[in-house]
Write a protein that binds this ligand. Structure first.
Ligand code: FES
Ligand SMILES: [Fe+2]
Length: 338
């Protein structure tokens, strides 16, 4: 079960280049996404209403999509425009359902719920990804696990000390207790780490050789938007240029009950140089690959030995337990409203 009346990231703009017909399963529904000649992004159900072939396997003729099974043609709003060997208007009601889409913060968002509720003001604030004072990197990754395992992972960063030992993790992260707060549907987890050793990746990025004052603040909003504030400065340095500050913007989109799309971006406000951008991209990607390895194996265990109901909570789970409670409650609310 998934929450529907929310904006989810469906694609990165690069995926729609060169007239691509992108077929992607979102919340267990096949969706076709493409950009029309005037630059607008459109999304419709990726199922031909004739015999259920995937439209994304079809071809474009301008803005029209032709199903390459029996040749029916559909406009960007999903209306059937032509049926081969059938003169006149195609049968009434022969159309494909379309979805509201929006392009914001250099991402393509989709609304899988009631179209009349799709309000672009509800798109999560990822402005750092489209701000001249911040230098972003980002990418798309696919996971073979339920989306909440990834949300749990990003809300509780104590795992950095173990999973990311060679990059961003130090014992200070796991040994410093975090505080977790629930405000309505918003969860905040904060960990303040004064005077701790710099992790290997930070030493490489900034040449830190002494201790640093480090801070993580994680924000969760349903269904699975996570924004992490990360800030570090050499201990007792008053020089603002010495600091290392970035955001980790995470848009998690369920593909199915057992697989997940992960769109991430890491904008920073220091060292705009290209080689630092490349280091941030490669470093972030390597860190997420380490997470994905754990999460895919975790899902495999859950599939084969259903242990999820026996999980034992520890203090650092507070944030992810709050987030799961929020989702439970909202799923009930959405189900009752239907
Ligand atoms: S299934 Fe698409 S035209 Fe027949
Ligand atoms: Fe991680």
């Amino acid at each position: 079960m998934f929450l529907r009346n929310y904006w989810y990231v469906a694609a990165m703009p690069q995926e729609l280049e060169n007239g691509a017909l992108l077929g992607r399963w979102i919340l267990d529904e096949p969706v076709l996404i493409y950009r029309t000649a005037d630059g607008e992004v459109t999304a419709m159900r990726d199922i031909c209403p004739h015999r259920s072939a995937r439209l994304s396997a079809g071809e474009r003729d301008g803005d029209t999509v032709r199903c390459l099974y029996h040749g029916l043609e559909f406009g960007p709003d999903g209306t059937c425009l032509r049926v081969p060997a059938q003169d006149g208007t195609p049968p009434n009601g022969l159309r494909v359902q379309s979805y509201p889409v929006a392009e914001k913060w250099r991402l393509i968002w989709i609304w899988m719920g009631a179209p009349e509720l799709a309000d672009e003001n509800l798109i999560p604030d990822f402005h750092w990804n489209d701000d001249p004072d911040w230098f972003p990197v980002g990418d798309y990754m696919h996971l073979d696990c339920h989306y909440q395992l990834l949300a749990d992972n990003l809300i509780d960063l104590s795992h950095e000390a173990y999973v990311h030992r060679g990059t961003i993790g130090t014992d200070a992260v796991s040994e410093t207790p975090a505080t977790a707060r629930l405000d309505g549907e918003h969860v905040t987890v904060e960990r303040i780490m004064p005077g701790c050793p710099a992790p290997p990746f930070y030493r490489k990025l900034k040449g830190y050789d002494g201790t640093i004052d480090r801070m993580h603040r994680i924000h969760f909003d349903p269904p699975a938007t996570i924004m992490i504030e990360s800030k570090s400065t050499p201990t007792s340095s008053a020089e603002p240029d010495d600091g290392l500050e970035y955001r980790v913007l995470c848009a998690i989109t369920p593909e199915s009950e057992l697989s997940t799309h992960f769109f991430w971006a890491v904008p920073r406000n220091f060292n705009p140089e290209r080689q630092v951008t490349e280091m941030m991209y490669q470093g972030s990607k390597a860190v997420f690959e380490e997470d994905i390895d754990v999460l895919n194996r975790q899902q495999e265990v859950l599939n084969r030995v259903a242990t999820g109901s026996d999980w034992q909570n520890i203090n650092s789970d507070a944030g992810s337990v709050y987030a799961r409670r929020v989702i439970e409650k909202l799923l009930t609310t959405e189900a009752q409203a239907e």
